[in-house]
Design a protein around this ligand. Structure first.
Ligand code: C2E
Ligand code: MG
Ligand code: MG
Length: 826
């Protein structure tokens, strides 16, 4: 195939030259030129305006234009057409000028060898084409390289940059001009430089491809993370140089960093959770949605007997085997319920965990669902702990609260509860029940003489015997002290209770062996029956108690049914009264003596005799417990006479024993003073004991005198005449204290202890006490303050110049022997 014709426009006005050139070109053997010829510039310009000319042969000496001027006009319109100047010999300077301005070449007309012309033009056309192709290729390459997101850095064999693309400029923050001639390592962040250069060195040395990641530090200090690949260029222009691609991986890196930070945070969180789970006291176990174990903490491992790894994936009931402590049946799985109902589920009360080896734990706690991020349930966690100890403690506490510590029998609280239940049951079944109130006779003696340890053992032994006498459905309870109560939960008739009572009396009749002692104790039993003797717990209990007092008063070691006419107060009175009679008969009374002192000197000036009753069962009883009853039943008369005689006898016996006895004051009750023959009685006692009347003082209360003032005045006058001293006791508590003083020949006023008690804190009491002391002084009566308990009271009384005092501050009432110790020898 022949190559396309090249259209040549020959611009030459010399016909000879023109013909020669044309002939040479068209005559060329390959016939590849088509020559159009013009002689004027104007024609040339017109032709060029039509296009299709590839080469212009331009002579510069035309008729209508010459020199460089002609060239410029042609060049302006020639477009891509090559312009070869035909220069006249001797005007090469203009031709060179044209070359500078874009002409492709020039020939000097005289020297031109027209035979070579076609070849020369061919060569020119070829090289021009090749250059254009190269330029286009370069432009393509640059466009491609600039479109690449990878940065490209090309260096020559010296390592100096010869090319960088747009992406590289963006990554490095440097312009093309700034990169040219620099080394690739310029942009490495100083912190990465040492590492990267070491890697580079190794790669170059072993002629391996170099690939690494590092940071670019831009001139504005921004940091760009990059991945760099470097390869050697072994061919072409820059053989021995290298090309590096630079990928901006900042985004990937920051994701990587964030991911790593998240991973680390997750790890830390996991660690924390693990440490927490392993250091808490609770057991924690989790399952997946299907109820397979996913996790156990250390406590859960210990309590279930399963190691974490071993348990993982197993069905929960296999690892966490719980049963109901009461029924021993397998208990429902709490995790399953928590998952199914998506809520926290508490374990059933009384849950017992069976460890792998069969050991049991009473456990308590709950299961909760575990949710994923979308809020969907993915499993459950069970938290539990061992409550064996606390559950045992609760049972123990409940037992202790309801049982007597000493005997282990139910206590009053439990009895009350059972009695209420039994009453409800009896009511519904129209049955009766009986309550037996038991009191040990003379238990006090055992305690006092053999000590509490023996007493306690005896109570335990009694408890055993009592329990043996009743059915298991009955309740034997220790009420406290030596009192027991027995509830017969169901009886057909009251007589059934009597049978039990008799059985009890017989059971106790046998002596009890406590250590080396053989002890006899008897019982007094009171019985009340529901519903006849009361329909409330309190009434039934109270009436059994009352009946018991009756039994005691009736001679002990017996039982007594409650009857409607027993009133508890009267029964108690009867009981005391019976006791007092016995006390008189058996000589159970004694006197204590409380010193009276002179407040100014502290000297012992007298004593007050205070009666005590040593009851064999109860022990020492103070007068408050029996004097009032003794007065009511008249027993105070013989008791008072005994006290008076005993006081006189004792006083006289101290004298005879060579002691400097002080006068003794004896309390006389209203009943006594009104008694006919009282004065004679006093006289007889003085006579019998031999005590001089001046050593006896009688303490009377205003109440006893004001009842019949005439008679009182008479009696007191006679006593006074005998030489006996008289004291007004509890002064200030009555309504007629002052008229008493006026009417009766009183020697001593005893300020009642209620005023003395508060005189330091109560201004009224202090005023009354001062007034009484002042009045006593003016009326020439001795004044004694009762109940002096502390030094503040003493200081006040001293300051007020009270004569005497009596009270715990100086001495408590003392047994006769102890009081004698205070008396100096005569
Ligand atoms: P009383 O005659 O006023 O006897 C004083 C009472 O005060 C005594 O009580 C005595 O122990 C108590 N006492 C003494 N010093 C203090 C003190 O510093 N502070 C306190 N808080 N109390 C003190 P006791 O012995 O219990 O006698 C009570 C009452 O019984 C006597 O009061 C008297 O009225 C009556 N009583 C005592 N013995 C007999 C008696 O033989 N025959 C009669 N009929 N009554 C008597
Ligand atoms: Mg008194
Ligand atoms: Mg008194």
């Amino acid at each position: 195939m022949s190559s396309p014709l090249t259209t040549i426009l020959l611009v030459e006005d010399d016909p000879t030259d023109a013909a020669r050139i044309r002939q040479s070109l068209t005559g060329a053997c390959d016939q590849s030129f088509r020559v159009e010829s013009v002689a004027h510039l104007a024609d040339a310009l017109a032709r060029l305006g039509c296009g299709g000319v590839q080469l212009v042969l331009l002579a510069l000496d035309l008729p209508d234009a010459q020199g460089i001027e002609a060239f410029e006009q042609v060049a302006a319109i020639a477009g891509d057409a090559l312009i070869v100047v035909l220069s006249a010999a001797g005007d090469e300077a203009t031709a060179r000028q044209a070359l500078e301005r874009g002409a492709s070449d020039y020939f000097v007309k005289g020297d031109m060898d027209v035979h070579w012309l076609p070849r020369a033009l061919h060569h020119l056309l070829e090289t021009t084409k090749a250059r254009a192709a190269l330029r286009a290729s370069e432009a393509r390459f640059r466009a491609m390289s600039d479109a690449s997101p990878l940065g490209i850095f090309v260096s020559d064999e010296a390592g100096d940059c010869v090319y960088t693309n747009a992406a590289y400029h963006a990554i490095s923050g440097l312009s093309f001009a700034e990169t040219l001639g620099t080394k690739w390592s310029t942009a490495i962040h100083p912190a990465d430089r040492q590492r990267v250069l070491a890697e580079w060195h190794d790669a170059v040395h072993s002629q391996e491809a170099f690939r690494t990641e590092f940071r670019f530090l831009q001139p504005d200090r921004s940091i760009v993370w990059t991945r760099v690949n470097s390869a050697a260029m072994n061919e072409g222009l820059h053989s021995g140089g290298r090309v590096q691609t630079v990928e901006d991986i900042t985004e990937r890196k920051s994701i990587e960093f964030a991911l790593r930070a998240a991973e680390e945070a997750l790890f830390e969180e996991k660690e924390r959770a693990q440490v927490t789970l392993d250091s808490i006291g609770d057991a924690v176990l989790s399952t997946d949605l299907l109820g397979r174990v996913t996790y156990l903490n250390a406590v859960a491992e210990a309590m279930t007997g399963w190691a974490r790894e071993e348990a993982r994936g197993r069905p929960l009931p296999e690892v966490f085997h719980i049963i109901d402590g009461k029924t021993r049946q397998s208990a429902p799985n709490p995790a399953q319920l928590a998952i199914e109902e998506n809520r926290i589920v508490g374990l059933a009360a009384d849950s017992v965990l069976l460890r792998r080896d069969g050991v049991e734990y009473a456990i308590e706690d709950s299961a909760a669902p575990i949710h994923n991020r979308d809020g969907r349930v993915t499993g459950a966690v069970i938290v539990f702990h061992d409550v064996s100890e606390s559950r045992a403690m609760v049972l123990k506490m409940a037992h202790l609260a309801q049982h007597d510590f000493l005997t282990g029998l139910p206590n009053r609280m439990l009895l009350t509860e059972r009695l209420a239940q039994a009453m409800g049951l009896a009511r519904r079944r129209c049955k009766q029940l009986a309550l037996l109130f038991l009191d040990l006779d003379c238990f006090k003696n055992v305690n006092d003489s053999l000590g509490h340890a023996v007493g306690d053992q005896l109570l335990r032994s009694v408890a055993v015997r009592l329990s043996a006498c009743v059915r298991t459905t009955d309740t034997v309870c220790r009420q406290g002290g030596d009192e027991f109560v027995i509830l017969l939960a169901e009886i057909e008739q009251p007589q059934d209770a009597a049978v039990v009572a008799e059985k009890l009396l017989v059971a106790l009749a046998e002596p009890q062996r406590i250590g080396e002692h053989e002890l006899h104790v008897t019982l007094s039993i009171g019985i009340s029956v529901y519903p006849d003797d009361g329909t409330s717990v309190d009434a039934v209990l109270q009436n059994a108690d009352t009946a018991m007092y009756h039994a005691k008063a009736g001679g002990r070691n017996k039982y007594q049914f409650f009857t409607g006419n027993m009133n508890s107060h009267a029964v108690r009175r009867l009981f005391v009264e019976t006791g007092l009679r016995r006390a008189l008969r058996r000589g159970e009374f004694l006197l204590h003596y409380q010193p009276q002192v002179d407040l100014a000197s502290g000297a012992l000036t007298g004593s007050e005799a205070l009666i005590r009753w040593r009851d064999p069962t109860v022990g020492l009883i103070d007068p408050d417990g029996f004097v009032a009853i003794a007065e009511q039943c008249g027993l105070i008369v013989p008791i008072g006479r005994w006290a008076l005689r005993e006081a006189c006898r004792q006083n006289q016996s101290w004298r005879q024993a060579g002691l400097q006895a002080v006068p003794v004051a004896v309390n006389i009750s209203a009943v006594e003073i009104r008694q006919k023959g009282f004065v004679e009685g006093v006289a007889r006692i003085l006579d019998e004991t031999g005590l001089a009347p001046c050593f006896l003082e009688l303490e009377l209360t205003e109440g006893s005198l004001m009842h019949d003032t005439e008679a009182s005045a008479l009696v007191l006058g006679e006593l006074k005449a005998m030489g006996v001293k008289l004291a007004l006791d509890d002064f200030g508590t009555g309504y007629s204290s002052l008229s008493c003083l006026r009417r009766f020949p009183i020697d001593t006023l005893k300020i009642d202890q209620s005023f003395v008690c508060d005189l330091v804190s109560n201004a009224d009491d202090a005023t009354i006490v001062s007034a009484v002391i002042g009045m006593g002084r003016n009326l020439k009566r001795r004044v004694i303050a009762e109940g002096v308990e502390n030094s503040a009271q003493l200081a006040f009384l001293r300051a007020e110049q009270c004569d005497g005092g009596q009270g715990f501050l100086f001495n408590r009432p003392l047994a006769a022997a102890d009081f004698a110790g205070l008396l100096p020898a005569a």
